[in-house]
Design a protein around this ligand. Structure first.
Ligand code: SAM
Ligand code: SF4
Length: 326
């Protein structure tokens, strides 16, 4: 088993394959986009595949493909196909905004992908536009339909934003009445790529839960998986369930099993750190698998205890979540 210096199992890689995106969610990036990575800066599929194969050999069991929007990168389905063939990888999964995803669902299923996280912050087309600066609500809803039609496990990720989508909390919970989906409300984090400094979080997980409880007093707590980042609940009679992710409050660091790799090949052993190893440059310098493994183990042996420690001496406000992958 792969573990870090705090005895936490490392079993889950989140790989961001691009920083580009076809939406402009204001909590993630500026309206006019980012200073996009050049093709040379991006890791190639071959480089990413090699790294994935190596970390799976070392003990990683689950890989999530994220971004940016994974499906804006050319030939993404071919890359997913190659990943799906990695020996020893138990779970391959994706986080997508759903704009380009609907027609790809049958092929995703054929590749053995069983669950997809779909980002959807509102059930109102106008508010969707106000949040994402793009008129793509209909395509995202089509993706939700297709995923359910193909019996995929669906987690809907909704970032909770004061003044933007508070009125969507209850309708999103209502979705779980008839649909077998997990709706997960995420505390907004300061990674908007704009440098906004947060003066505190208005909607933390306590307040989100309080809002849900007010409307659904019979809500029941579910047992959470050991490394779960969400507190999970079910409303009696509902087919789906509801989760709240304390992403800013960071209540889950003690069991964190995940590492991240950015589109330009930087390893993050905590979402809040500044990157701890440039894997891409090592690969391009001709490193052997054995030496790369030693470097990775060194990084895992120096992991911050938690997100507060990881963010010390840095200013995450200029970073965009599109370069981290969520
Ligand atoms: N483009 C894909 C999508 O939106 O699903 C994948 C990448 S996106 C960066 C991954 C997740 O991060 C999404 O669920 C998104 O809502 C979440 N996210 C982005 N910026 C965030 C922020 N500032 N705070 C909390 N969650 C954020
Ligand atoms: Fe794009 Fe996802 Fe960021 Fe929205 S959250 S701008 S969809 S990368």
């Amino acid at each position: 088993m792969l573990t870090d210096n705090h005895g936490r199992k490392i079993s889950y890689l989140r790989l961001a394959v691009t920083d580009r995106c076809n939406l402009r969610c204001f909590y993630c990036m500026p309206e006019d986009g980012l200073d996009w990575l050049s093709r040379e800066e991006l890791m190639t599929y071959e480089e990413m595949l090699r790294i994935c194969e190596l970390v799976v050999k070392m003990g990683v069991e689950k890989i999530r493909i994220t971004g940016g929007e994974p499906f804006v990168r050319k030939d993404m389905m071919l890359f997913l196909e190659a990943l799906s063939k990695i020996d020893g990888l138990n779970e391959l999964t994706i986080t997508t905004n759903g704009v380009l995803t609907a027609p790809l669902v049958p092929e995703l299923k054929r590749l053995g992908i069983k669950s997809v996280n779909l980002s959807l912050d509102t059930l109102d087309a106008n508010r969707f536009f106000a949040i994402t600066y793009r008129d793509e609500f209909g395509k995202v809803m089509q993706t939700l339909d297709e995923l359910l039609k193909h019996d995929m496990m669906v987690k809907i990720n909704a970032v909770v934003m004061d003044g933007k989508n508070i009125q969507d909390i209850i309708p999103l919970v209502q979705l779980t009445k008839d649909l077998p989906v997990s709706v997960r409300f995420i505390e907004e984090m300061p990674f908007n790529g704009e440098g906004h400094v947060y003066s505190g979080l208005k909607w933390d997980y306590h307040r989100i839960l309080h809002e849900i409880r007010e409307h659904f007093p019979s809500i029941q707590k579910l047992d959470d998986e050991p490394a779960s980042t969400s507190y999970n609940y079910r409303i009696p009679g509902h087919r789906g369930d509801v989760g709240v992710i304390a992403a800013y409050s960071r209540t889950f660091c003690g069991t964190c099993n995940r590492i991240r790799i950015t589109p330009d090949g930087v390893l993050k052993t905590c979402l809040y750190d500044n990157g701890v190893l440039n894997i891409r440059d090592l690969v391009r310098s001709g490193v052997s698998d054995g030496d790369l493994q030693i470097k990775l183990l060194g990084a895992f042996a120096n992991r911050s205890r938690d997100g507060r420690e990881a963010e010390q001496n840095r200013d995450p406000a200029h970073e965009s979540m599109a370069t981290i992958g969520g």
